[in-house]
Unconditional design. Structure first.
Length: 301
């Protein structure tokens, strides 16, 4: 049975994911809050640019959603409802709280539509190449039904349990990313202060025990002093707040998360919120610059 899929949310991640669905012969139409973006992609791919989410839902069997925040997800789900048919599946690839995922799933029960929370990891590269890791919560039956769509967008697609489980898995990932990017930024600032050749260091350590996806793909940003938005600071800060809130419900504080969020807030206030999270290097590098400045000041007294 052929599947007609629609896509809502054509940001940096969404455009790449939608293109992967089109390449698999699944994409029927798109909708985006900024209509020009949807019409441009639709014209390029020769698909429909729906006038609203309900109109998109009416011509599709499955709708993939990729938006920025919890309220956005609930707003889109509500807007899709009038056009959804029984047996349809809404696949939400946004990063939101597990509770929001459960709320969205509940909003579709009376129209007999399944909701999968299916957040993704792998950056804009993974979206463009169809190699995302996708963490899924919801019913197993809907997960199986959605396999063609999920497999078109991702390389590692895993089911974690009932609604909210995908978002809990993604929150786990975001905690890991916080620690990793802090360690990379700090290590690279240290290496720079030691006068090491950073290009050679990246090539060598990228093959060592301390390497990671983030080091291999984002340390070159530090070398160039450019931080194009692979994963925006303001979005990771939003995600870490979700992690913090989820842990708080269990009576726990997460030290890595709580140490990273203030740094991100500093970067946002300094105008770097739309840069990639590797821009955290700016703050770590400044620690060494300030120490050098203090040392020179001491030697002059």
């Amino acid at each position: 049975m052929s599947i007609a899929a629609g896509f809502v949310g054509l940001g940096a991640m969404g455009q790449g994911m939608a293109r992967q669905l089109h390449g698999a012969g699944l994409l029927r139409g798109v909708w985006n809050r900024t209509g020009d973006r949807a019409r441009s992609l639709a014209n390029e791919l020769q698909i429909d640019a729906a006038p609203d989410p309900a109109a998109l839902a009416a011509i599709c069997d499955m709708i993939v959603v990729c938006v920025s925040a919890d309220d956005d997800v609930l707003e889109v789900v509500e807007a899709l409802r009038p056009g959804l048919r029984p047996g349809s599946v809404v696949i939400d690839c946004s990063t939101v709280s597990a509770q929001t995922a459960r709320t969205a799933a509940g909003m579709l029960e009376d129209v007999e539509v399944d909701f999968l929370d299916a957040p993704v990891s792998g950056g804009v590269e993974g979206a463009a190449n169809g190699t995302l890791a996708i963490m899924v919560g919801g019913s197993e039956e809907a997960f199986e039904k959605a396999q063609p769509v999920l497999q078109a967008m991702g390389r590692a697609v895993a089911y974690f349990g009932p609604s909210g489980s995908g978002q809990a898995a993604k929150a786990t990932n975001q905690i890991m990313c916080a620690g990793i990017i802090q360690a990379i930024a700090e290590a690279m600032a240290f290496a720079k202060a030691e006068g090491l050749p950073l290009d050679r260091l990246i090539d060598t350590l990228g093959q060592g025990a301390g390497s990671s996806w983030y080091f291999v793909h984002r340390a070159p940003n530090i070398l160039k002093g450019e931080y194009p938005a692979g994963f925006k600071v303001r979005l990771h800060e939003k995600d870490l707040k979700i992690c913090s809130d989820m842990a708080a419900r269990l009576g726990v504080r997460l030290p890595v998360v709580e140490s990273t969020r203030p740094l991100y807030q500093q970067l946002i206030e300094a105008g770097h919120g739309d840069e990639d999270i590797s821009t955290l290097f700016r703050l770590k590098d400044a620690l060494f610059s300030e120490a050098v400045a203090r040392g020179k000041g001491s030697s002059q007294r």
